[in-house]
Design a protein around this ligand. Structure first.
Ligand code: C5P
Length: 286
């Protein structure tokens, strides 16, 4: 068995992020509106006859092999389809890590999608999404893409109307915050500023971009450590000053984004001293 495929693994951001409750299994029930954006890693997948799984990556500071989520995805897929094939994966990383943009999950989803194509296994969408959910909570959304409501751990997905054409500025400050620590900071605490997810869905249906800008919200922002929260607030204020319709942190951070009426408008911001990307929303890919 041989063959080679190159997949794009797109980043996501959270238009809204709400945490409902802690579950007996230790995870949290979520309610999030997720959006794919056109910043992507390139994931090259090569089938091999020998049953090893190799994962290499263009950055030395990120995990390789089975320590990388893409390796775990390959392992889960090959064991599910019960084939003794092996695979060599090479990830060209563009999505910043520790950003809340599901970079690792996107690579894992790309491996699952790619292996299904290369091996001709033609698993159903349901099987593919279940395999993705085993690998990580954000992996099913990364497989599906577009604009979706994610509930449960994040793996229960409902397609939504596409976000209207717009421009997005993504800013990645230098700090990162541990995901379990941020979830822990929310536990047993009254959440004050929840997103109004139902109202956001109405705005999405109406294609009301300024309304959506004003309704962007992430419940993790108020529980960031003080100095990190200050940095996030400074970036948000900067983006709003330069014409953003709204701004929020994505996931557990630390990337912050601003929603603009167009990519041209987004590119008019005064640069910040942080890694910055100018992106657009993309639609569903499976
Ligand atoms: O599912 P995933 O491995 O991406 O989750 C990483 C960590 O994030 C979990 O171990 C858990 O601490 C936290 N998490 C959570 N509730 C979710 C998703 C993630 O508590 N819905």
């Amino acid at each position: 068995m041989t063959g080679h495929l190159s997949e794009r693994a797109y980043a996501k951001l959270n238009l809204t992020l709400d945490v409902l409750c802690k579950r007996p299994d230790g995870y949290h029930d979520m309610k999030m509106i997720m959006q794919t954006v056109d910043l992507f890693d390139k994931v090259d997948i090569i089938l091999k006859d020998t049953p090893e799984i190799e994962v290499d990556i263009s950055r030395d500071d990120l995990p390789k092999g089975l320590h990388n989520l893409a390796g775990k995805a390959a392992e889960s897929f090959l064991s599910y389809v019960n084939l003794s094939a092996g695979v060599s994966v090479y990830i060209t990383k563009n999505i910043p890590d520790k950003a809340g943009m599901a970079g690792g999950s996107a690579d894992a989803a790309a491996v699952i999608r790619g292996l299904d194509r290369l091996l001709g296994t033609r698993l159903s969408d349901k099987e593919l999404l279940e395999l993705c959910a085993e690998v990580g909570s954000d992996v099913p959304f990364c497989l599906r893409g577009g604009t979706a409501l994610a509930t449960g751990r994040g793996e229960i997905l409902t397609d939504l109307p596409a976000l209207p054409a717009c421009g997005i500025v993504l800013v990645k400050p230098d700090f990162s915050v541990s995901t379990p620590a941020l979830f822990g900071a929310l536990d047993g605490r009254e959440i004050e500023k929840r997103p109004d997810t139902a109202a956001f869905l109405d705005l999405l249906k109406a294609g009301d971009l300024p309304g959506m800008g004003a309704a962007l919200r992430n419940v993790f922002e108020p529980v960031l450590p003080p100095s990190e929260r200050e940095t996030v607030n400074e970036i948000k204020a900067h983006l709003l000053r330069y014409g953003a319709l709204g701004s929020a942190m994505t996931g557990t951070g630390s990337a912050v984004f601003g929603l603009f009426s167009s990519l041209e408008a987004a590119k008019r911001i005064k640069p910040l001293p942080y890694t910055t990307f100018f992106v657009s929303p993309v639609g569903k890919n499976v």
